[in-house]
Design a protein around this ligand. Structure first.
Ligand code: SAM
Ligand code: SF4
Length: 324
């Protein structure tokens, strides 16, 4: 089992497969994706070896992320490969929903169990402004397609943005009234590139928890091994609300995830100084034991927390590069 020096166990891998994205979210890639020179993103055979090593060390949950994972032409073979890895029991992805409506059933059949769809606003003009794309209706259609396709969990991610969506809680609550989705509000995080945006738009998750608690929402007790999200439920609502509040005290205590970038670097934290290159260990099946030894050794250097409250963002310039 992968564990660190602080007693935390890591059975969850967030696997980035691309830095490319077709959206230009203001807080992530405001100028869109710009191609960089250098080696390409991990190939399917490299991904297969990477996930096998993690699964051998106890990882049972994998989330495919990016950039926008669905822009990869081999996204379906990647889903099939990860889903077929012995030990992987739950395979999820996070997507901007661009290609979701027509693909929800296909990805489910390929082996995807759960899906997170990013929707920062339920108002079409605001969605357009934040993402650069006038596609709210299509993305919402994708969520409906996921509900029909029988995913084990359908979640919606909304980054909380002051003056953009923090006054729209009623719209979001209405949305989960009849839909069995978990809507997760994510506190905007500062990165190397978005300092000015962060200063203008960051709003603490407390604004949501205050409204929820006044409205009769009840905080769910945490399952053992649950990650840092705090979940709220309400008897009158089919869906639930999650809060991800990275600036809150003790957020890192429940850290249960590791990340690998699309270039094959291990990131012990979203805000670690730099990634550790795993790619040299991914070229041949015979290297798997060396890779596992490297992972076990690297975990000992994981720090107790991020240092976001000191405005230290490490090597994270934008989430699209590491995988949010
Ligand atoms: N492109 C996909 C998407 O947007 O769902 C997957 C990758 S994206 C980097 C993963 C998640 O990170 C999205 O929900 C996005 O809103 C969130 N995210 C990106 N930058 C962020 C930031 N600075 N603070 C908080 N969340 C952020
Ligand atoms: Fe693309 Fe996701 Fe970043 Fe938006 S948050 S720019 S959809 S990677």
């Amino acid at each position: 089992m992968l564990h660190d020096s602080f007693g935390r166990q890591f059975a969850y891998l967030r696997l980035s497969i691309t830095e490319v994205c077709n959206f230009s979210c203001q807080y992530c890639l405001p100028n869109g994706y710009r191609k960089k020179a250098g080696p390409g993103f991990l190939r399917v055979d490299e991904i297969a070896r990477l996930v096998r090593a993690f699964a051998d060390l106890g990882t049972w949950k994998v989330r495919i992320t990016g950039g926008e994972p669905s822009v990869r032409k081999d996204f379906i073979p990647i889903i099939e490969t990860v889903a077929a890895t012995p030990g992987v029991r739950r395979l999820a992805t996070t997507t901007n929903g661009y290609r979701l409506k027509e693909n929800a059933h296909i990805w489910r059949a390929a082996g995807l169990d759960a899906i997170n769809v990013s929707i920062d606003s339920l108002r079409a003009d605001v969605f357009h402004k934040v993402t650069g794309h006038d596609r709210l209706a299509a993305v919402q259609g994708g969520v409906e397609a996921c509900l029909e396709a029988g995913y084990e969990a359908v979640k919606i991610n909304a980054v909380l943005l002051k003056g953009v969506n923090d006054q729209d809680l009623d719209l979001f609550l209405d949305y989960v009234k009849t839909r069995p989705v978990s809507l997760r509000f994510i506190e905007l995080m500062r990165t190397g590139d978005n300092a000015d945006y962060f200063a203008r738009y960051h709003v603490p998750a407390r604004v949501v928890s205050d409204v929820l608690e006044r409205g009769g929402w009840v905080r769910k007790t945490r399952d053992a091994g649950a990650g840092p999200a705090v979940e709220y439920v309400h008897a009158d609502y089919a869906g639930s609300i999650g809060l991800i509040a990275p600036y809150s005290k003790d957020f890192c205590k429940s850290c249960n995830r590791l990340r690998t970038s699309a270039m094959g670097k291990l990131h012990l934290c979203l805000f670690a100084e730099m990634g550790m290159d795993l790619r040299p260990f991914l070229q041949d099946d015979a290297q798997i034991n060396k890779l596992k030894e490297f992972l076990l050794k690297s975990l000992k250097t994981k720090k107790i927390s991020h240092f976001l409250n000191d405005k230290i963002t490490g090597g994270n310039h934008r989430f699209a590069d590491i995988g949010g």
